[in-house]
Write a protein that binds this ligand. Structure first.
Ligand code: ADP
Ligand code: MG
Length: 329
């Protein structure tokens, strides 16, 4: 008798919980915060608003934790320490960022290069009054760089020369975005996204079943080139239109060809869709530097990856599976 009573109470509780749950309206919470010098926007959809806020907060905290390891502007970060030491024992997170970067460096024949920090400094394209560095300055900045200039031995990072300045800006943000998304994936939310400017990771499925991501036109500031329609994954865009200066009608942007030390000339933008935002970030930069032909080949051969490249003259190149995912305006 007692047992039957307990069962009844349990059934009633379950029914109440279901009723409460169904009474909660699906909602989307969106918040943004400045992390790694970028406005990071996190969205989460579900029925429990309080929980959505908590999960978004957790994702931000995780990304801020990574910022404290990876930001060159935070004195105590591992990346800042690496700038002033020959070798350094680092966390698993920093090691993973570097390992992903090294993989992309290798497969892109050195187009992606995490040792060109001095070159980035020499150009300083976002300075208030940027200027062209001299040929000598560029030559000097390129000394000793290359895909073997920074090595990993377990969690030990070894620079070939103490004077080398590491630059992880082409992969660290993507890694942080992916880490934020990983937390959201573990949470009981319907859908979510982490978006740091050009780097984005998707979680779950939105109400309309597919994600629609606008690809900016690289030359018409408020126009879309097209809309990428995907079930999930990560999307990154590298372009020459966000951080650049112009001199005598020529555009000097922030993605450098390590072979000559000048901004890469082959592309206006590259958009990569793949499974992981760290790879998407680094691959977009790598393909941009390689230019449309070699860049397309790199991305065509990368597993589970599709891409759209806009060449310097505006011609569009796409991997085999990309065409069917783009809606044109
Ligand atoms: P954004 O940061 O504007 O989104 P990207 O993600 O493509 O653009 O990465 C730009 C970062 O990559 C910059 O911090 C820049 O210093 C760095 N970088 C520039 N050229 C290269 C290169 N050839 N290989 C690796 N990183 C690079
Ligand atoms: Mg990138």
């Amino acid at each position: 008798m007692k047992r039957r009573y307990a069962l009844l109470v349990l059934c009633a509780l379950v029914a109440l919980a279901v009723l409460w749950w169904r009474g909660q309206k699906p909602q989307t919470v969106k918040r943004s915060r400045m992390i790694m010098g970028t406005v990071v926007e996190v969205t989460a959809s579900g029925r429990d608003g309080l929980m959505l806020h908590e999960q978004i907060e957790a994702a931000f905290s995780e990304m801020e934790r990574l910022e404290r390891l990876l930001s060159p502007h935070i004195e105590t970060s591992e990346v800042a320490q690496l700038a002033t030491s020959r070798d350094l024992q680092v966390s698993d997170e920093t090691r993973t960022v570097i390992a992903i970067g090294l993989e992309v460096a290798q497969k892109s024949d050195g187009a992606f290069d995490m040792s060109l920090g001095r070159l980035v400094e020499a150009w300083d394209v976002t300075a208030v009054q940027p200027r062209l560095p001299s040929a000598d300055e560029i030559r000097e900045a390129l000394k000793g760089i290359g895909p073997e200039a920074i090595r990993l031995d377990g969690n030990r990072v070894i620079k070939r020369e103490a004077s080398l300045q590491p630059e992880f800006g082409g992969v660290a943000k993507g890694y942080a975005v992916e880490a934020g998304a990983k937390l959201l994936r573990k949470a009981a939310i319907d859908a979510g996204a982490v978006n740091a400017g050009g780097d984005m990771a998707l979680v779950g499925r939105p109400e309309q079943r597919e994600w629609r991501i606008g690809i900016r036109h690289p030359r018409e500031a408020d126009q879309l080139l097209g809309t990428l329609v995907v079930p999930g994954g990560a999307v990154a865009t590298s372009g020459d239109y966000e951080r650049f200066f112009e001199q005598n009608g020529e555009r000097f942007h922030h993605l450098f060809d390590p072979r000559n030390g000048y901004p890469a000339r082959g592309c206006q933008s590259v958009t990569v869709w793949t499974t992981n935002a760290a790879y998407a970030d680094a691959l977009a930069t790598a393909a941009f530097v390689l230019g449309p032909t070699a860049g397309l080949e790199l991305l065509e051969n990368w597993p589970q990856t599709e891409a759209l490249l806009v060449a310097a003259d505006g011609t569009i190149f796409m991997t085999g599976g990309m065409e069917e995912r783009i809606e044109w305006p």
